[in-house]
Design a protein around this ligand. Structure first.
Ligand SMILES: NC(=O)c1ccc[n+]([C@@H]2O[C@H](COP(=O)([O-])OP(=O)(O)OC[C@H]3O[C@@H](n4cnc5c(N)ncnc54)[C@H](OP(=O)(O)O)[C@@H]3O)[C@@H](O)[C@H]2O)c1
Length: 272
């Protein structure tokens, strides 16, 4: 064991300046975990009581390397990695430029790849660890006018499913969290792509989406789930979390004929 290793678990949470990441960072720090949260602007965001806020842009490999080296230098180990940083786009697929789509994938998908590639060697050296990737219900169901976002979360699902298998011979566990709607800064931080040819439809659907988010559940529910997963010896791959009807929709997608299920989703988002 590295002499710098402490008895408390070291937890790294990307995107801990607001929302789910901040709430989880604060909660785990009060529970005695050694928490490192990240932001692109740590100097201008609220700190973590009894934890550390450090700089990391998941789109910049030098920034990722620097942050991981800092934590390993201080603690000697990273026991839990929570890949949480992400943002959304609200817009029709046909109106979203490839540049915008690439920028979203650069954070939501390639950001996870960059952090994983730096943290996995640390976890292999210490012979264990837990990786939690923040997916979404949108990673299981293609959401209208959030198509690029949904695609990025489908990619996170595929990546995590494969990683779970690749790491099955190691003591490193991989978990996906699939939240429904939670009340965070996600709604305000979403990039909106204005549309001209289906403006009314877009507006109707976005109103449903934003209302669901802003009346959504508190992110502390996810913080509690994460603590439970950390303390589960052999966690499963998938944990859906959210309102009953949102978890039900994941189940219905598995059992209903595609056409029926898609009709339900389209009707819900006022697309017919
Ligand atoms: N809220 C929901 O209803 C919901 C539902 C399903 C899934 N999720 C997922 O949960 C995660 C957290 O979202 P949230 O709801 O907590 O949203 P949020 O309040 O907007 O927080 C997003 C976090 O991501 C960070 N971030 C964004 N781009 C980054 C980058 N390039 N490098 C590093 N950090 C970056 C932000 O940090 P800085 O701007 O300070 O760098 C911020 O801390 C996301 O992956 C989201 O897709 C949310």
């Amino acid at each position: 064991m590295n002499p710098k290793q402490t008895s408390s678990k070291t937890v790294l949470i990307t995107g801990a300046s607001s929302g789910i990441g901040k709430c989880t960072a604060d909660y785990l720090a009060t529970k005695g975990y050694q928490v490192y949260g990240t932001s692109r602007h740590p100097e201008s965001c609220p700190g973590i009581k009894n934890g550390f806020m450090i700089k990391m842009d998941v789109c910049n490999i030098a920034s990722v390397k620097e942050a991981i080296a800092h934590i390993v230098g201080k603690e000697g180990h990273i026991d839990v990695l929570i890949n949480n940083a992400g943002f959304g786009i609200g817009g029709a697929i046909e109106d979203t430029s490839t540049e915008m789509a690439k920028a979203l994938f650069d954070t939501n998908f390639f950001g996870i790849c960059r952090v994983l590639q730096e943290v996995l060697p640390v976890m292999r050296r210490q012979s264990g660890g837990l990786i939690i990737n923040m997916s979404s219900i949108g990673g299981l169901i293609g959401l209208p006018f959030q198509g690029i976002y949904s695609a990025s979360k489908f990619a996170v699902e595929g990546l995590s499913e494969a990683l779970y298998k690749e790491l099955s011979l190691s003591a490193i566990n991989v978990v996906l969290i699939e939240p429904g709607d939670f009340k965070t800064e996600f709604t305000a931080n979403r990039q909106i792509i204005n549309t001209t040819h289906h403006a009314d439809q877009f507006q109707r659907t976005m109103t449903v989406i934003e209302n669901d988010e802003q009346t959504g559940q508190p992110p502390v529910k996810i913080a509690h789930l994460i603590e439970k997963i950390i303390n589960t010896p052999n966690p499963g791959l998938r944990y859906a979390v959210g309102a009953f009807d949102q978890k039900l929709s994941i189940f219905l997608k598995k059992i209903l004929p595609n056409r029926w299920f898609d009709q339900i989703i389209m009707s819900y988002y006022q697309l017919k």
